[in-house]
Design a protein around this ligand. Structure first.
Ligand code: ADP
Length: 649
């Protein structure tokens, strides 16, 4: 599979993956919230139960402490001789008064709510409030369950409202029996009276501060007798059966109280020990009734028929639950969106990479195309260069041939003079030879020898002329080298010497004092240029009365190493102003087809340019023309090398 098709498949799969993830998110987020909430609920309710058990133990401890403190009082009094005596002689006013005062004193010291003595019919015979109005003394409480229990020989314990005082309290009643004779068990004797103590628990209740949680004490029938919510007092934890209700009313334990059940219902969807109470909010409008969920914990109070009930509000725990659920849900959502984001980013990254690869491939294709173009252009250029080089070579060869041809033409021009130059020594040699023969015939060998020596000298001169011709006629080397300027000038002059002599030209030379300048060039071609310039000067002076050729050699020094200037000036006709611009063009001549080809100056110009120099023409103010040759100065050779490199004229 190619990278492009792989990325296409991946991008087609991406929306499906995205949809699947979204669907999963929709399912997973609430599930996570529900699981988290469930877990946290269990944990929170368990915490709440532990807290309830701790609180219950505390409340029970307080309550038991309060009850146990007073429980001994009736037990001790039931065994008291004076109490027994009063029960056996209830008409004794002095005894009754003593017992009344004792009960008053004990109740005062122990801060009891009430302390009194009843006879076997339930009529009070002595009480701590004997001197109050109303007083218990003379009143019959025989209907009270605590009395009935004590009369039956059992301790009577129960919570009730005071019939006269309406003050709630816990009643503890003990039976009083006559002092048992020796060997007789006290329990076998009849009950002659009952001692009752009433403990007020309002102090305890006051310490139960009202708050969010409710703490209540209910009696054996489920009637709330103590509560940190006053409105709950004398309500029942559960609805009473009609018979029960009747029995409680008959006992006058809670006279005037309706004993209605608290509006408690089992909490729907809650824990088994969770209840909902439709509660009336204190200090708010009547309509402010709302349902509050409580966790209910119960604990019996040992030694009594009471039970402690603690109701802890579950709202805070449930709020934690909701928060945990929300956090879990959001976390799941966040995680899901995180994964979605990553999937999305991976997709984008993949697309980016694919487009980068595409761009790279396009670029590579373009580069390959351009490279092919460039290679073709390069090839074309190389071919053109080769052609040009070939053409240049051809041009140079043609130029060389032209130079050579011009040189031979110059030689041809000079040949008459040269022939004359050669003829003279030849004629002299002839006459020396003839004379030599004559002298030998006469036997004058010494004179004949002198003649032969003359002939040898003349051959030497002839050899000099031919050497110059040979050197001039040879092909130029084509390479640049240092050339001694003055010897080159002399060689040129030597070649035109016959013409100079024949045409009566005076030659004036101005050379730099004490210097033998060297220039960059090539000896043969430099001679050719000079011969050309001198011959042109001779041509220009042919019809002039005064014929003077002036040759000037100058050396200039500048920072580039200096120049050598060679001026060929004549006293000829000069150059017409109109001809000056075209003087160096090929085939320009003013001499007519028989005498001039118009190539000399153009060839000379080319040679000088090849040397890196210049050739300029001008008219002299005094008449005649001057051609100035400027060449780069070359360093002279080392003294020993100079001998070998100096061109011989
Ligand atoms: P050619 O000598 O065959 O005419 P050149 O190229 O040597 O060709 O010279 C071109 C022309 O330049 C000559 O015909 C002549 O008119 C002019 N010229 C050259 N040298 C001189 C000079 N010294 N004085 C006057 N005119 C000259």
């Amino acid at each position: 599979m190619t990278a492009a098709s792989a990325s296409a498949t991946a991008s087609a799969a991406a929306p499906i993956l995205r949809l699947a993830l979204l669907a999963l998110l929709v399912l997973v987020a609430p599930l996570a919230a529900w699981i988290a909430a469930d877990q946290v609920t269990d944990a929170a309710l368990s915490d709440l139960r532990t807290e309830a058990q701790t609180d219950l133990a505390l409340y029970r401890g307080n309550l038991l402490g309060e009850l146990d403190r007073q429980r001994a009082v009736p037990l001790v009094l039931a065994d008291d001789a004076e109490i027994r005596a009063l029960l056996q002689a209830p008409q004794d006013p002095a005894l009754a008064a003593r017992v009344n005062r004792r009960l008053e004193a004990i109740a005062g010291r122990l801060q009891l709510s009430a302390l009194y003595l009843m006879d076997a019919r339930g009529t009070t015979v002595a009480a701590d409030n004997w001197n109050h109005d109303p007083s218990f003394v003379g009143q019959n409480f025989g209907y009270r369950p605590y009395f009935q229990a004590a009369l039956a020989g059992r301790p009577g314990l129960h919570f009730a409202l005071g019939v006269t005082s309406h003050v709630p309290g816990y009643y503890i009643a003990y039976p009083v029996r006559p002092a048992p004779p020796l060997g007789v068990a006290a329990e076998s004797l009849p009950v002659i009276g009952v001692v009752v103590v009433k403990i007020g628990l309002d102090d305890l209740e006051r310490h139960w501060r009202p708050g969010e949680n409710a703490v209540v004490v209910a009696d054996g029938d489920g009637v709330i007798v103590l509560a940190n919510r006053p409105s709950w007092r004398f309500h029942t934890l559960a609805p009473l059966a009609p018979a029960e209700h009747e029995r409680i009313i008959a006992s006058q334990r809670y006279p005037g109280e309706p004993l209605e059940p608290l509006p408690l219902v089992a909490a729907a969807g809650g824990a088994s020990d969770e209840l909902v109470v439709r509660e009336e909010m204190p200090r708010e409008a009547e309509s402010a009734i709302h349902a509050v969920r409580y966790l209910v914990s119960r604990a019996p109070v040992p030694g009594t028929d009471l039970q402690l009930v603690l109701l802890l509000r579950t709202e805070p725990a449930r709020l934690r639950t909701t928060n945990a659920g929300l956090i879990a849900g959001f976390s799941a959502l966040l995680l899901g969106f995180g994964i979605l984001y990553l999937v999305e980013r991976r997709g984008i990254e993949r697309q980016r990479r694919a487009s980068q690869q595409r761009a790279r491939q396009e670029l590579e294709a373009q580069v390959a195309l351009r490279t092919a173009d460039l290679t073709a252009a390069n090839l074309r250029l190389r071919r053109e260069m080769t052609e040009r080089e070939r053409a240049e070579e051809g041009r140079r060869a043609a130029q060389n041939e032209l130079v050579q041809a011009a040189k031979l033409a110059a030689l041809g021009e000079l040949s008459a003079g040269i022939a004359h130059e050669i003829n003279q020594p030849l004629a002299a040699m002839r006459s020396f030879a003839d004379n030599g023969v004559t002298l030998l015939e006469r036997g004058q060998s010494a004179a004949a020898r002198a003649n032969l020596e003359q002939i040898a000298d003349l051959t030497e001169r002839l050899a000099g002329i031919t050497r110059q011709l040979k050197s001039f006629a040879r092909q130029a080397s084509g390479t640049l080298e240092p050339v001694a300027v003055v010897p080159a000038l002399n060689a040129a002059l030597a070649l035109v010497a016959v013409r100079l002599r024949q045409e009566g030209v005076t030659v004036e030379r101005h050379l730099p004092p004490g210097e033998a300048p060297w220039a960059v060039g090539e000896a043969v071609r430099l001679q050719q240029v000079l011969i050309n310039l001198i011959c042109n000067a001779l041509d220009a002076m042919r019809d002039r009365p005064r014929r003077q050729l002036t040759l000037i050699v100058r050396c200039d020094r500048d920072e580039d190493g200096g120049q050598v200037q060679l001026a060929v000036a004549d006293s000829g006709c000069g150059i017409a102003e109109a001809d000056l611009p075209q003087l160096f063009q090929r085939f320009f001549t003013t001499k007519g087809r028989e005498q001039g080809l118009g190539l000399g100056l153009s060839i000379s110009y080319g040679i000088v340019r090849d040397f890196g120099g210049t050739l300029e023409a001008a008219n002299r103010p005094e008449g005649g023309a001057v051609f100035t040759l400027t060449l780069k100065r070359a360093p002279g050779p080392a003294p020993e090398a100079a001998a070998t490199r100096t061109l011989r004229p």
